[in-house]
Design a protein around this ligand. Structure first.
Ligand code: MEV
Length: 320
């Protein structure tokens, strides 16, 4: 048993968030921001989680699993699931240091869960197949998100760009990303993914005949978008991002602040702009030609609390 650090990337959902929860396809890309998790087995009978980002330490007794509460519970659950898989119950010290802004829609909790499962299993002498790492992280994600689609843990495990459908898994895409940038801008309002997912599902249950065609349309849009991404047809990709944003507004996950950022990006030359992730706050993503990026970034800075430019990250979870 040894001390291991693993890392996993965050992600941006380019198309299909929310609709993916009910079986429509979605497209996500891994981005160049990673969560680092160090796991060290101890002689104690508890899991101790320290988060550098929140400057917070929480302790979870191994023999009182039902009593676990607190912000770091999903991390403890991720480690515990890996422990059960390795068939070794032991105390652990877990240290989290993440570059992915929490509550942003950029998959920080999934990246932490994936890196935790990976590092815990290796620290306990177990080499897991990546699919198993992703599946175990999904179990932990359920604790935070209620009914996640599985897209976040999949992209954090495998990296690159994927088209994903719940229950069917994913296919790796080969996007052409030349002469364009993805710019992300933060509304400054944190959001709760589980709560947003529940709200959208409640709306769908109340108005199935109205919402079903929106879900259908979102699914068609993703199939078209995957082809455009692999062709590098950014004009049309931008148009589909705008339509996708409209569908997300229709199911109630946009806000005044999100609309301001989306319209600021478009008015300043973005090819397309939409919210990314669960909505209700968090980040928007804008597709920009490299030459236009500076103007768009500076316009977004006057309304956003944070503006980032990200690259596609090919590598998924890895041992550091
Ligand atoms: C969250 O990153 C994406 C959602 O579609 C939820 C999910 O897929 O689990 C909103």
């Amino acid at each position: 048993m040894s001390r291991i650090t693993s890392s996993a990337p965050g992600k941006v959902i380019l198309f299909g968030e929310h609709f993916v929860v009910e079986g429509q396809p979605a497209i996500a890309i891994a981005v160049s921001l990673r969560a680092y998790v160090t796991v060290e087995p101890t002689q104690s009978d508890e899991i101790k989680v320290y988060s550098k980002n929140f400057d917070l330490t929480e302790t979870f007794p191994l023999n009182q699993r039902d009593s676990w509460t607190g912000k770091m519970t999903p991390v403890a659950v991720a480690a515990y699931t890996a422990m059960l898989e390795a068939d070794k119950k032991t105390g652990l010290n877990i240290h989290i240091d993440s570059q992915i802004p929490p509550g942003s829609g950029m998959g920080s909790s999934a990246a932490v869960a994936v890196a935790t499962v990976h590092a815990t299993s290796l620290a306990l002498g177990l080499q897991l197949d990546p699919r198993k790492v992703s599946d175990l992280a999904y179990e932990a994600e359920k604790v935070v998100h209620g009914k996640p689609s599985g897209i976040d843990n999949t992209i954090a495990t495998f990296g690159g760009a994927i088209a994903y459908r719940k229950g069917e898994g994913f296919i790796q895409l080969k996007p052409i990303f030349r002469g364009v940038k993805l710019v992300l801008a933060d509304t400054g309002n944190p959001r709760n993914t589980g709560e947003m997912v529940r709200r959208v599902l409640a709306l769908k249950n109340t108005y199935p005949s109205i919402l079903d065609p929106i879900y259908y349309s979102a699914g068609k849009l993703v199939v078209e978008a995957a082809q455009l991404l692999e062709k590098g047809d950014y004009e049309n990709l931008g148009i589909l991002m705008n339509i996708n944003h409209g569908l997300l507004s229709a199911v109630g996950v946009s806000t005044k602040e999100i609309e301001l950022l989306v319209h600021t990006a478009r008015e300043n030359g973005a090819l397309g702009a939409k919210l990314t992730g669960a909505g209700g706050g968090g980040y928007i993503v804008a597709l920009c030609r490299e030459n236009d990026a500076e103007k768009i970034i500076s316009a977004l800075k006057s309304h956003a609390t944070n503006v980032l430019t990200v690259n596609l990250e090919e590598e998924g979870v890895r041992k550091e």
